[in-house]
Unconditional design. Sequence first.
Length: 601
Amino acid sequence: MSKKSFTYVAGAIATAGLIAAGALYIFWNDAVPVVGSALTAYETKSAAPGTMTTEVAARGGVTVVPRHTPDNASMADGSTAMDWPSYNKTPTSQRFSALDQITVANVSRLQVLCTYDTHQRTSFEVGPIVVEGALIATTEHDIFSLNPANCHLNWRTHEDYKPANLLAVNRGAAYLNGMLFRGTQDGRVLAYDFVTGKRLWQTTIADPKMAETTPAAPIAWHGLVFIGNAGGDSKGNKGRMYALDAKSGRIVWEFYLVPRSRGDRIRGPQGASPLDKATWRNTVGNPVTGGATWTSYTLDPESRRLYIPSGNSGPDFIKSVRDGANFYSESVVVLDALTGAFVKSIQVAPGDWHDWDVSSAPVLIQTRGGRRVLSVAPKDGRLYGFDLTTGAMIYRTPVTTVENAEAPFEVGKNIHFCPGTNGGAEWNSPAFDPTTNLVIVGETDWCFSVKMQSEKEISSVKIGAPYTGNTSLNPYDAYGKADPYGHWAGWLYGIDADTGAWRWRVKSNYPIMGGVAPTAGGLVFFGDMGGNFYAIDATNGRRLWGKDLGGAIGGGVITFATGGVQKVAVAAGFTSITWPTRSATGTIVILALDPAHVDRP
């Protein structure tokens, strides 16, 4: 090739490269999901079939946890015994169902009754609810109502808007007095008519221009809707909690979960708070950031206290620019539900630098031993129990691999740690089975590596931009580099609610991120990110039944009854740019016993 020809070829290649780079820049938000889907499809083309093993902790030769019918209110769902009326079933987030038609003896006859395909490839993390004879679920843009007897569509309402980020997610809806409520990925809360799906009102509580969103599943009580904002991993964004009037959408109160700064927007009456910046010793160029809330919430109707899980401080991985305890990040924050006034906080992961949010809603428990316990599973790979009366920590039990957790991150050096930034636990809460006195929690066993930025680099990040502190040119590694696909596992632990000692544990070859549903039939239902759905014996973790549902199970697992028949519903088909799972469309799968073997009441 002549020098002149070489120059022409090199120039053409350079021009093509510039055009491609320009196109990638212009269509970045479209390119990232497409490329991510292609990479995931390649990684998962040889996905292994599901496997699970069970280990029982022997106690003096006893390898089965005894069951009994408790005398407390945890056993009785009252008028909602047949339903699943909230994200975690009850305001106290116990997730236990008193239904017992499906049992240890007959669960082998469980089969798929019907399915509803959303025809959307989306991070299908919705926790479905069943109330007033309908199953309600959501996607990033849609809310829909199904007949749970046959999966027929009652109505489906689409919301056309531009999301504030690339995570196509919504975790579900709340119900109250003939109305439904949900958040959106552009910072709004929407209300709908339960029967028709007609939108009734909208209220904006977050700024999409700052990458703030409202993906959490709200809860509703006493004429109020409770929800907060996500986006605490973007510079300058602060977590806030809201109570909205259910009839009108008016903001009744607002509570900043981390200290307000001058110029921060006030959207409604402020809940009384003692919070100041004394625990935030931030360096110049690094404003108070974090404490966002993005899953769901817990409420004690008797004390009217609202329990809020708060996310990590920002930047995620560089502690030196935000020295101090950073109140009230990575905590369970307790407020008066009616006024928004601060009651107390329990900081679960103080001083964290791993992006280990206190993510999922805590569980309020009356144990067999008579203790009132708050149980919570953050992303740090442990299950915590706190005495609700004294606030003292009772236990801190590892429930997945925890390694190198105390190693400081270093500029320019990869530090490997477990669990990674995808947990541990994530958006689904633990469950409590009062018949066995076990807290049951699903976990991811997947490690990450982080190469920390310098203080100069992190200080130069623009307000509203991603603010993690990890050095990477790969957008999929903004929160650290995950170990290779398949170098992971999942755990399901049964933990004594009084002592924190594990009684049995199940290991899957895929992470366990979906909901967990224990029942009075002596069963625990759960699924994994390989799409494998299981029923196990609640007393010993022994596998009784399993089926591949065709797509990762990252959403809710619930049980309810219609027409005198107990059913189980699963949100399957989770597909995300942040998880290498089989590409599938979000699908509601409803299962029931073979009709020939149903013992009707």
